[in-house]
Design a protein around this ligand. Structure first.
Ligand SMILES: [Fe+2]
Length: 407
């Protein structure tokens, strides 16, 4: 496993060590990896106006817009529906996506899309509508009425219904990732459906769409993006392209988040967050996330808590647990954040950032002590546990949950 030194101005990447901080001996060469980026990205203030032209490039006349009630009320008509209809495209809105999107939302959306004869989808919203749209695209193109059938990394075998991503929060990065995280409502856990075949055709990434996102949502989604970047940079399967992208994401997010939370109309801060979130999405979709996400997904599955809040609560504690395996990498995180030269400074800076943007502590969220054992078990079973830089058993998870609860 190779370590790469990224220059402080991010202009070059240089191999400096044969390990990724785990202390494993190895040859001083890059291990084989592949990097695929099937989604075309159109980035910038106002790019959402290109949506009708992008739909027409797909050669389709009937689209279903997948969103949630809040986004529909706030901006769907002006930003998406009216422009599409004015351009002669038939557009139906499905706004039945719940937070932590549920299997029932995917199945209802797929049934409506089939009945309507949707030729493409437009995913408009934060991570929930975008992940739901991806799963609807799988179900419509692959058949069946249960998304559970497509859980895992191998069940999606051919191109899915084409879809365009229009993110309205800076956090998930789902516009460029290949996975959809859906809550299995029967088993109460979050399943993942993953394949590069699920990638959006185009992502219209417009920071202006985030100007009206409330401060708390800005904070929690922003820390989700920071978690993606830090985990992508430190997991065992990290590689040099995602490393470089992740470090730039860490730099942008850590210098923009407080300002974006403080003043939603601060264009520079919103731009920094949107780009940071996009880059973090590219990074973790090509490496992985680690134990923070394993724990956050367990919490989200059982308690239906916002994903970003769960990450924010756990990130510093997992970083503490990982620290001895990540001394060099966390030191580079500290440098990217502009807070110092050592691993401990990175952890302290992450803690301070979460506190400054108003994110709560774990023991304020009504988590039952009696559930911790089950949450630790679910976290250990999550496939991304394997990617965490320090091996983590169910007992280790339990200890980290307890530490987070005590503070
Ligand atoms: Fe996440």
């Amino acid at each position: 496993m190779a370590i790469f030194q990224v220059a402080s101005d991010f202009t070059h990447v240089q191999l400096i060590s044969p390990t990724n901080g785990r202390g494993e001996p190895g040859m001083n060469v890059t291990r084989p990896f592949s990097f695929e980026m099937p989604t075309r990205i159109e980035y910038g203030m106002g790019v959402v106006k290109n949506l009708p032209a992008e739909v027409s490039r797909l050669g389709v006349r009937k689209v279903m817009v997948v969103t949630d009630e809040g986004v529909r009320e706030a901006l769907a008509d002006d930003a998406v529906i009216r422009p599409l209809k004015e351009a002669g495209t038939d557009a139906l809105v499905f706004d039945g996506v719940e937070p932590n999107p549920k299997d029932r939302n995917v199945e209802e959306g797929a049934s409506i899309a089939r009945e309507y004869g949707a030729e493409a989808l437009v995913a408009l919203g934060g991570g929930s509508p975008i992940d739901c749209a991806k799963a609807i695209a799988v179900l419509v193109s692959h058949g069946g009425d249960k998304i559970k059938k497509y859980e895992g990394k191998t069940a999606v075998t051919r191109p899915v219904l084409p879809w365009i991503a229009v993110p309205t929060t800076a956090g998930t990065g789902s516009e460029v990732t290949f996975s959809s995280v859906i809550t299995d409502t029967e088993a109460k856990y979050k399943m993942t459906v993953k394949s590069p075949l699920m990638a959006a055709k185009v992502a219209l990434v417009d920071p202006e769409l985030t100007f009206t996102v409330p401060a708390f949502v800005t904070a929690s989604t922003g820390v989700d993006a920071l978690t993606h970047a830090i985990e992508a940079y430190t997991v065992t399967c990290s590689e040099p392209i995602s490393d470089a992208v992740a470090l730039q994401a860490i730099s942008l997010i850590s210098r923009s988040l407080r300002d974006a939370v403080g003043d939603g109309r601060n264009a520079e801060a919103r731009d920094g967050m949107m780009m940071g979130s996009l880059l973090a999405g590219i990074a973790f979709s090509h490496s992985d996330v680690g134990s923070v996400h394993c724990m956050a997904e367990a919490l989200g599955g059982i308690y239906d808590l916002p994903h970003g809040v769960c990450n924010a609560i756990l990130l510093p504690y997992v970083m503490e647990y990982n620290m001895e395996y990540c001394l060099e990498r966390y030191a580079r995180v500290a440098r990217a954040m502009g807070v110092g030269e050592d691993a401990a400074s990175a952890i302290a800076a992450v803690q301070a950032l979460c506190r400054d943007v108003g994110l709560p502590a774990l023991n304020t969220l009504g988590i039952r002590e009696s559930d911790l054992d089950m949450l630790a078990e679910m976290s250990a079973r999550n496939i991304s546990t394997e990617s965490n830089p320090r091996p983590m058993t169910k007992e280790d998870y339990l200890e980290v949950f307890r530490r987070a609860m005590e503070t």
